[in-house]
Design a protein around this ligand. Structure first.
Ligand code: AMP
Ligand code: FES
Length: 299
């Protein structure tokens, strides 16, 4: 197997693009794909400071690495969720990466800011831990981005994450979540009082598969947390990912076609104003966005 670009020995095959790459050309391919998404989808400009949400996992650390390699002013944000040893290990990975790259990292400790971690929040709100965790993460990302004056926040969601989430939303016909599937979610002011609001959110890896990001991280010796969150056991999203991987094996490109086609053709027909998050208001106490009249932090 030869590299499509330079004819050297290839180290990775990408079936859906009918291509194979050596390490140097694969790195170039990943950088180009991210740069293309950033530019073509209007995510941010070359000089815009970007806040990158880094969990300690392969996708977000690889994204941070790629953005730094492309010359972007990318600061990391890690939310320490207070899920025992798993959270400590995740935070350490982000801190080590930041010091190795000489990059700025903001660590936000939930136990310091709210006095509790995800397990206690889930218990108090009687919600499954992953659902409470998702809400608190979105809340923290927005709060810290606004506090430090960032106008754009990037996450490491990849093609597999988005396709699996879309499959779940379509199977259960959760129309209200389709808006969040876009690679760019524009900044929005509070629909009622025009104050505060949501910072712009972007997913620069939306065209790249999980397998490609894992390969990038390994090839570039990025030390990431391999362990899954203890609360992820039995999560439906993993079943959807498995099902899509099976389809992808039979017909390479299925995942990408499914996600990109629905994104481009179907959602805009259903929701002509899509690309802006809906159904939210500002919390009466802290001003942060919320779907009820009190934000996740105040509840
Ligand atoms: P997940 O919600 O775990 O699928 O992660 C999706 C994306 O959210 C990751 O790629 C990161 O960009 C971001 N993220 C998840 N957990 C954290 C965290 N604890 N701190 C900062 N960013 C995170
Ligand atoms: Fe949030 Fe697992 S990372 S519950």
């Amino acid at each position: 197997m030869k590299c499509r670009r330079c004819r050297a020995k290839a180290v990775i095959k990408i079936e859906r693009h009918h291509s194979a790459f050596c390490k140097a050309c694969f790195n170039e391919h990943i950088l180009k794909q991210v740069e293309r998404a950033v530019k073509k989808d209007g995510m941010f400009d070359r000089d815009d400071p970007v806040l990158v949400a880094v969990s300690g996992g392969k996708d977000s650390l690889a994204l941070w690495d790629v953005l730094l390699n492309l010359g972007h002013r990318a600061t990391g944000l890690h939310v320490a969720l207070g899920i025992g040893g798993y959270s400590d290990a995740s935070r350490e990975k982000t801190e080590r990466f930041a010091s190795a790259r000489g990059a700025k990292l903001i660590v936000h400790h939930l136990r310091e800011s709210l006095g509790v971690g995800v397990p206690e929040i889930a218990e108090k709100s009687s919600r499954p831990p992953c659902s409470a965790c998702g809400t608190i993460k979105r809340y923290s990302f927005n709060q810290i981005a606004r506090q430090y004056g960032f106008s754009v926040l990037a996450t490491g969601h990849n093609l597999d994450d988005e396709a699996a989430r879309l499959l779940g939303n379509v199977l259960h016909w959760q129309e209200e979540y389709l808006d969040k599937q876009f690679a760019v979610l524009q900044a929005a002011r509070d629909p009622v009082n025009g104050r505060g609001g949501l910072v712009k959110k972007v997913k620069p890896l939306y065209r790249l598969a999980e397998r490609e990001m894992a390969a990038y991280a390994v090839m570039n010796r990025i030390d990431y947390i391999v362990e899954e969150c203890p609360n992820a056991k039995g999560a439906k999203i993993l079943v959807y990912k498995e099902a899509l991987n099976r389809l992808e094996e039979e017909a390479p490109g299925t995942k990408q076609n499914f996600y990109l086609s629905i994104l481009k053709r179907w959602i805009p027909r259903l929701k002509p104003d899509s690309g802006v998050e809906e159904n939210w208001q500002s919390c009466r106490q802290c001003g942060q966005p919320t779907s009820t009249n009190a934000g996740a932090g105040c509840r």
